[in-house]
Design a protein around this ligand. Structure first.
Ligand code: SF4
Ligand code: SF4
Length: 130
């Protein structure tokens, strides 16, 4: 496939981030991922991040809001299922957590150095006032 420049796409064009299988893609290192030809995967803003989103799949309803709103196409979704976050490209803006509609949220922002498993184990309870 011919590689296109950013200004050669139709307005509103949607690009797939990955080609081929995405099994366990969130846990696969960047070098081992099959990024699509037109993905700007070499341009990472991950080192901007001071806080990071952690995903708790137990509360996720696969609404896809996070995927739609993420400005860096860092939400990995396939067949309308939220799979995880591409931390090599997430810049930590927090938009995904802001738009997540579940109670408790399925995406919450934590300090960059937080351990995912520990934060998921102490996830906030449902807010009864909402
Ligand atoms: S924090 Fe921002 S860049 Fe990272 S996954 Fe969420 S919306 Fe995307
Ligand atoms: S916005 Fe929240 S509930 Fe919706 S797909 Fe993303 S993580 Fe799941």
């Amino acid at each position: 496939m011919m590689k296109k420049g950013w200004d050669e796409f139709e307005i509103g064009a949607m690009l797939r981030t990955f080609d081929g299988s995405i099994d366990n893609i969130a846990g696969t290192s960047q070098d081992d991922r099959s990024y699509s030809e037109n993905s700007s995967y070499t341009a990472s803003v991950a080192d901007w991040r001071l806080i990071k989103p952690i995903f708790n799949k137990d509360y996720c309803i696969d609404c896809q809001f996070c995927w739609i709103y993420c400005p860096d196409v860092s939400i990995i979704s396939r067949d309308k299922k939220m799979i995880g976050i591409d931390m090599d490209h997430c810049k930590g803006c927090g938009i995904c957590a802001e738009v997540c509609p579940t109670n408790p949220k399925s995406l919450i922002m934590f300090p960059e150095q937080s351990e995912d498993e520990a934060e998921i184990a102490s996830w906030p309870a449902k807010d009864e006032e909402k």
